[in-house]
Design a protein around this ligand. Sequence first.
Ligand code: UDP
Length: 359
Amino acid sequence: MTPPQADAAAAPDALARPVASTSPLLRGPVLVTGGAGFIGSHLCARLVREGAAVMAIDDLSTGDRANLAPLGNGRFSLTAHNVVERFDHACSAIFHLACPASPRAYQRAPIDTVKTAVFGTLHALENAEAHGARMLLASTSEVYGDPQVHPQREDYTGAVDPTGPRACYDEGKRCGETLATEFARQRGLDVRIARIFNTYGPRMQPDDGRVVSNFIMQALTGQPLTVYGDGSQTRSLCYVSDLIEGLLRLMDSALDASPVNLGNPQEITVLDLAERILRLTRSRSRIAFKPLPRDDPRRRRPDIARARTHLNWQPQVPLDEGLERTVHWFMRQVDADTELKLVPVQHSRAAANAPTASE
Ligand code: UDP
């Protein structure tokens, strides 16, 4: 595997184009809720690169300040705040991303997840209304539940069990879409809704339980790769820089509040993904089959015709290339972690050998 040349996050993207100077993204400050998270931090970095003034808010429950360290504090600021509580920031655009998003994270605190998805979205919409800002809601492919229609188009209304273990996130996001739609319909708010499919890349949390981070960490540390069920369930994985480009285009577009799928239509089975990651990492880990969690969607693939037509957008980064970049990023985390763990050991050895004051 050849190391990537540039920043692992900044994959080449033939469709990337600069934000127009008339864009709401450059008229005033841009607010990014959930700005310290995996997707949020990539979005903040891209916006700052485009010349926007960016304010991130994040309660740092699943986000990490370190994700934003490279941005400095010239045109960028981070405020620690939980969107379940109201907020008020003058801005011309809001990307509302704040919400735990991995099944492990959202199932850890399901009532808080519902509150974040519903009250957080309400507060973001109220903030947008108060300042005449455009708001983009980060919704999710989870609104389709375990889909009976394949691939999923935006007019498919989904199959979600309202009392199932994923409902706190799925129904919370569905209600968020309802709120955003009604603010647009009844109060004329300028709203966009992105339905984000599985996204991966550098800065995923190593312990968030998602399939890409789990498999890479397991492969790099010699643990068995935990395939749930028989691994025949499918997902379609979008590299993070492609998603960010889609979010910017949607925010900048003349579309209305109707939802738009953003994801990569290349579909693979979970078992195939495990085998690819074993190959890419040259790992000798084995595969261990574990029970399939309840309500785990059997298949997922976005129909992205709407994004192609209206945003002239489609993913550019092939799966193996995106995985390679992600593996390199995780390798650096594992190395750094190993070095950190070694430091106290070396110190204590040195300390044990050092003469003490009484000697
Ligand atoms: N998965 C797996 N092993 C893992 C983690 C996840 O087989 O260690 C499977 C999971 O059952 C699901 C798919 O990978 O079918 C994607 O899971 P993830 O949690 O990444 O996201 P989801 O799309 O389910 O929200």
